[in-house]
Design a protein around this ligand. Structure first.
Ligand SMILES: Cc1cc2nc3c(=O)[nH]c(=O)nc-3n(C[C@H](O)[C@H](O)[C@H](O)COP(=O)(O)OP(=O)(O)OC[C@H]3O[C@@H](n4cnc5c(N)ncnc54)[C@H](O)[C@@H]3O)c2cc1C
Length: 511
């Protein structure tokens, strides 16, 4: 049983399908994933001028050495083979004129090691894997199926404790969104690959599917979740509140000479870092956040009017076109920009065998916390982490398959007492409030007071929503809201528990 159709879910399904039948559910269409939106590429050591040690070191430096070094070593060393699986499945990466891989270099990497396909690598990976999965005879794909909760002893009426270590997973309750009925899907092993959490924030680069469902399900099932305080924000997304996900303005634009300015036209970055607009991602994101809070403004500006028209058209045609569509003439006007929630480092704790703390439940991809990233993610290390861990999970799931029986005692979904169809406004308003709380108090810059206030506000929304959930007909919207509240709670609590600012977690009271 696989939940999720991004790089982790699809590659895992293809590996285990060689040994048995697989059902893969996804809450939207197969291709609506964070994976499809990935632009830059996927990191791996593939050439002799590079080395594992360099990739390991770069990853440790980015992660402020909070990484688990043994995991970093394992992932970096397994990366080249995992890439081979991707190309065997038909993924194309750009090549140079002599036929070798056209490797890019990104911030924080000491060598050219980013495999890419134009500036839409994720889309190409998704295309290739989707084709393979759709044509595989052992894989049944169920689109528009929303996983509500994983099945455990709790559903057999037993009381389970978080620290007991003996929770078992028997499959999942999934809402068939077309038929509006809940299916009970029993499985020997379950693999969660439900991706990130961007949609708990007002501005995000993540598509709407990223509501942290997998993390919330595992938390409710008493599994261990960790490192939720480490949320990566991209410093410059296009400020256009009507649009979700936010359009990404690449950092390369600042490299080409674009300068950050506030509403008064001041070039504020030099106040924060001597490298000005070219400071690293986290510093720029924090500076923008601080400038917005100081002046009470909803965004800042990125002034690219000094960049020649030829450079704009040759190197940044998509940004040029996008701004043009919105009536922004980038040759004469600055672009309004805002930091956006981009990537979650923490999540479901898994060990080096991709096992969660719940028996028969594996996980990989953005939904997990593996120890690879430490306190911050090195660019292009997330797709490779998902791919490597999906492969590890597949090996271990296959290994245990013959020792597990289906648990046929699991009851069907209980519809009792859930007869009301609530007005949608009750759900959407609470979701809006939640995003405001998270963006204003638990965003890039935190403080003890902001975190405390966030928790108090969240408690009200939590109580209202649990009440609503208990009496309402189950729907994707109410489940997503409930999940978003659960993961927001975990993010706030873990931010409160972190004693010192490090990596992506910055608290002005604990610097
Ligand atoms: C704009 C952007 C650019 C990026 N660029 C890069 C890059 O260049 N390099 C890099 O390494 N990383 C990049 N990333 C990060 C990377 O894309 C993700 O971390 C990675 O794709 C996550 O893959 P995944 O398989 O874990 O999850 P996803 O690809 O997000 O897939 C999650 C799947 O789970 C499904 N799902 C979720 N909840 C449920 C539920 N309740 N029931 C059923 N199905 C569910 C979703 O529908 C989806 O199919 C980028 C991310 C974004 C948003």
């Amino acid at each position: 049983m696989v939940i999720g159709s991004g790089i982790a879910g699809l590659s895992y399904a293809l590996k285990v399908a060689q040994h048995g039948s697989v059902v893969l559910i996804t809450k939207n269409e197969l291709s609506e994933t964070n994976t499809s939106y990935a632009q830059g590429g996927i990191a791996a050591v593939t050439e002799p001028f590079d080395s594992y040690e360099q990739h390991i070191n770069d990853t440790l430096i980015a992660g402020a050495r909070l990484n688990d070094e043994s995991i970093v070593r394992m992932v970096v060393k397994k990366a080249p083979n995992a890439i081979k699986s991707l190309t065997d499945w038909g993924t194309n990466f750009d090549k140079t004129s002599d036929g070798s891989l056209d490797l890019a270099k990104e911030g924080g990497h000491s060598a050219h090691r980013i495999l890419h396909h134009k500036d839409n690598t994720g889309f190409e990976i998704q295309r290739a894997l989707t084709e393979q999965v759709k044509s595989h005879p052992n894989i049944t794909v169920l689109e528009h199926h929303f996983a509500i909760d994983i099945l455990t002893q709790h559903h057999l009426g037993q009381d389970i404790k978080r620290k007991s270590g003996n929770v078992e997973c028997y499959g999942v309750y999934a809402l068939n969104l077309k038929q509006e009925a809940v299916d009970t899907i029993i499985a020997k092993t379950t693999f969660i690959a439900t991706g990130g959490i961007g949609n708990i924030y007002q501005t995000t680069t993540n598509p709407r599917i990223a509501t942290g469902d997998g993390i919330a399900m595992v938390y409710r099932a008493k599994g261990v979740i960790e490192n939720m305080e480490f949320v990566q924000f991209h410093p410059t997304a296009l400020y256009h509140p009507q649009e979700r996900p936010s359009f990404l303005i690449t950092e390369a634009l600042r490299g080409a000479g674009a300068i950050l300015k506030n509403h008064k036209g001041e070039t504020f970055m030099s106040k924060y870092d001597e490298r000005g607009s070219l400071a690293p991602r986290d510093i720029v994101a924090r500076a923008i956040d601080s400038e917005m809070k100081l002046n009470g403004e909803a965004h800042v500006y990125l002034d690219g009017t000094g960049i020649k028209a030829e450079v704009w058209k040759e190197h940044f045609p998509n940004i040029f076109k996008k701004c043009q569509e919105l009536g922004i003439d980038v040759l004469r006007q600055s672009i309004p920009v805002i930091p956006a929630a981009h990537y979650l480092v923490g999540g479901i704790k898994v060990n080096e065998e991709a096992k969660s703390t719940i028996k028969y439940l594996f996980a990989a991809g953005e939904v997990t916390s593996t120890g690879l990233h430490g306190a911050n993610r090195l660019a292009s290390n997330s797709l490779i982490e998902a791919l490597v861990y999906a492969e590890i999970a597949a090996e271990n799931a296959i290994d245990m398959l013959h020792r597990i029986e289906y648990n046929k005692a699991i009851p069907e979904w209980d519809y009792k007492g859930t007869t009301e169809t609530e007005e949608m406004i009750l759900i959407t308003q609470n979701h809006k409030e939640l995003m405001q709380i998270m963006s204003n108090y638990v965003g890039i810059v935190r403080s003890d007071l902001r975190l405390k206030r966030a928790l108090r506000r969240l408690e009200i929304i939590y109580e209202e929503t649990e009440n609503l959930y208990r009496r309402s007909v189950v729907s994707k919207e109410i489940c997503e809201l409930r999940n978003a509240i659960n993961i927001s709670y975990l993010t706030i609590k873990m931010a409160m528990n972190r004693e010192k600012s490090i990596g992506l977690h910055f608290n002005i009271d604990h610097q």
